[in-house]
Ligand binder design. Structure first.
Ligand code: E4P
Length: 220
């Protein structure tokens, strides 16, 4: 499973890229607004830090404007993935751009039917939002399961399931078990994936016991 970070904070992206475990980045207009940075400059910077797919979302909602914005965003760097909303116009843009070899992430997916349409439109990624479904009392992970099963039953569909709106590590683990291709997580959740209290406790004990031996592995 690939790990993307869902943020527009360059420092967080640099820190996670340094772990060697980061495969890509997703942004959205809300994250860009929160960063206070210039969108175009920021996307160029992020694309230099992370060689994998970097999602940059169109701002318009009509076909012609979205298409022009998407075509422009795709020129910013080779690894830009143009993000479009799951609307009829967004899917039309997806088909046009993906047909020309541009990576497209279809976002705001909340049903298996929408995911099927995104795949038919040639999306590189479809982003089902699990946390926002959970927030309204629906089953976010149930949606991931259904989409994964549907795509597996239709092997000609090459769209990758990009689990979005992730709220906790359990979402990531369950998505991996279901066969989802990517999880995009806020930085804090990626850090949580590393942690376990018994790892910290065990390491502290090993460090203390090693000190008692008075030995060094490498000569000073
Ligand atoms: C995905 O690409 C979205 O940016 C993101 O995962 C939305 O998450 P939220 O529901 O926490 O805003």
């Amino acid at each position: 499973m690939k790990f993307f970070v869902d943020t527009a904070e360059l420092k967080d992206i640099q820190d996670l890229a340094a772990t060697g475990l980061l495969d890509g980045v997703t942004t959205n207009p809300s994250l860009i607004a929160k960063s206070g940075k210039n969108f175009i400059e920021l996307i160029k910077e992020i694309c230099k830090v992370v060689p994998g797919p970097v999602s940059a979302e169109v701002a318009s909602t009509d076909y012609e404007s979205m298409l022009k914005e998407g075509q422009y965003l795709a020129t910013l760097a080779k690894n830009v993935t143009v993000k479009v909303p799951l609307t009829p116009a967004g899917l039309k843009v997806c088909k046009e751009l993906s047909g020309k070899g541009t990576m497209v992430n279809v976002t705001l997916c909340f049903s298996p039917a929408q995911a099927l349409l995104a795949a038919k439109a040639g999306a590189t990624f479809v982003s089902p939002f699990v946390g926002r479904l959970d927030d309204i009392g629906q089953d976010g992970m149930g949606l991931i399961k259904e989409i994964c099963e549907m795509y597996q039953a239709q092997p000609h569909l090459k769209t990758q399931v990009l689990v979005a709106s992730v709220r906790h590590p359990r979402h990531v683990i369950d998505a991996a078990k279901m066969g989802a291709h990517v999880a995009t997580c806020p930085p804090a959740i990626i850090h949580q994936l590393f942690n376990h209290p018994l790892t910290d406790k065990g390491l502290a004990q090993f460090v203390a016991d090693w000190a008692k031996t008075g030995q060094k592995i490498l000569a000073a």
